[in-house]
Design a protein around this ligand. Structure first.
Ligand SMILES: Cc1ncc(COP(=O)(O)O)c(C=O)c1O
Length: 407
């Protein structure tokens, strides 16, 4: 028996088997690695992108769980449809129609978070060498999802109005992209919002060249100031795949998101989804539908918006007070992030150990740039720290920057 075990161990050299697959070639998320410093004792972290856990609606979710088990004991614990539980899809169709643009149940497709939506899109649209046009910086999880299918990127610059459109057409002609990927509201990582006129220009150009647009929209309902802008999907429902999620509205641990897309594309997503995981967690879909009915979700969103708006304002004032005047930062109207730009030549990555010595952390911006660069940028999250910690953390970070980020 002992000899057999030893032989088996010897035979299973996993790297030999997995060597040629993309999973082995992919780099581990540098962001997840860097976030480990946030766990050091006493460190005030602005690193993650987490919602505030103390605001999770635990009581209401507990009631919803009991309600579901009472009302739908069999269906909620059973296998369910790949496109999503009908109750959830009906709720989502009504919600998107109320908040965004008119859709039917056939337009909505439930996913295991938006991250799974990105993966399903990658599976369906991308192969080795396919180009994706995206913002620079962009959401790093999209890069991870699309890298898996061998995507290449054309990353276009952003300014205060979001993606700069001037060179979009020229780059579509040059690269024949399979997709244009944007996070138009309070973007992760920059906090910027795509302006109305650029939204129109973007969908017009995409339609002219027949390039599908992916509108990744996890933060749209977390607006604290300014006017809500029409979504890209509302402007071009036939040419846009919109992603939504309950991660930032209720809890990321539930892992429920959705795709809103033309029904003919959803039929393809259905086939892909069946191969991936059969369907999204049935019970969580029921729980969210139960929690959301009678307006509890909307009330909860109002509550977190108030708290996050306050944290954003506290961070903006603390930045003003503590950061050297040659450093600039975005002033987001919503979402979870503020993005700062340090002087050219100062590396936010190299500065991180100095910050950790002062017991504060952030995420260096470099990994958010698909084509490299951006070493002098950093992302700071304001939703997951208390206002007191934001004030203290910004004091600490200000000291580090005064010392190490001189012009
Ligand atoms: C732009 C963007 N897309 C997608 C996601 C993934 O969200 P989910 O938890 O729904 O998978 C995030 C999470 O931070 C995000 O910022």
């Amino acid at each position: 028996m002992k000899t057999l075990e030893a032989d088996v161990k010897k035979a299973f050299d996993w790297t030999r088997w997995a060597k040629s697959g993309p999973a082995v070639e992919l780099e581990i998320s540098i962001i997840r690695e860097m976030l480990k410093v946030s766990l050091f004792p006493g460190v005030i972290s602005f690193g993650g992108g987490l919602p505030a856990s103390e605001l999770f609606p635990t009581e209401e979710l507990a009631q919803a769980c009991l309600g579901v088990l009472k009302e739908h004991p069999a269906d909620s614990l059973q296998y369910s449809l790949s496109m999503g539980v009908p109750l959830m899809r009906e709720y989502l169709a009504a919600r998107v129609s109320r908040n965004d643009h008119p859709v039917t149940v056939d337009n909505v497709f439930v996913t295991g978070g938006s991250q799974q939506g990105l993966d399903l899109i990658g599976r369906l649209f991308l192969e080795k060498g396919s180009y994706v046009i995206m913002e620079s910086p962009t959401y790093v999880g999209a890069l991870q999802a699309f890298n898996f299918y061998g995507a290449k990127y054309c990353a276009l610059p952003m300014d205060e109005e979001g993606l700069v459109i001037d060179r979009l057409e020229e780059n579509i002609k040059k690269y024949s992209p399979r997709l244009i990927y944007v996070v138009p509201n309070f973007q992760n990582p920059s906090g910027r919002t795509l302006s109305y006129r650029r939204r129109i220009a973007l969908v017009e150009i995409a339609a002219r060249y027949n390039v599908p647009v992916v509108e990744d929209n996890p933060y749209v309902e977390l607006r604290y100031s300014g006017q809500t802008l029409p979504s890209l999907a509302s402007m071009a429902p036939d040419g846009v795949i919109q992603l939504g999620t309950f991660s930032k509205l209720i809890s990321p641990g539930l892992r429920i998101g959705w795709i809103c897309a033309p029904p003919e594309i959803n039929k393809f997503f259905e086939k892909v989804k069946q191969a991936v995981d059969l369907h999204t967690n049935t019970f969580c879909q029921y729980v969210i539908a139960e929690f959301a009915k009678d307006g509890a979700l909307d009330r909860h969103i109002e509550k977190i918006k108030q708290a996050y708006a306050h944290r954003r304002d506290v961070m903006l004032s603390a930045l003003q007070e503590n950061f050297p005047s040659h450093i600039t930062w975005t002033k987001p109207e919503g979402g979870l992030f503020i993005w700062a730009t340090l002087p050219e030549g100062v590396s936010a990555l190299k500065l991180l150990p100095e910050a950790v010595k002062e017991k504060v952390s952030y995420i260096p911006g470099g990994p958010f740039f698909a084509e490299g660069g951006g070493e002098n940028t950093m992302r700071m999250n304001f939703s997951n720290a208390s206002p007191e910690n934001i004030v203290e953390g910004m004091r600490r970070l200000g000291r580090v920057l005064h010392e190490h980020a001189k012009i």
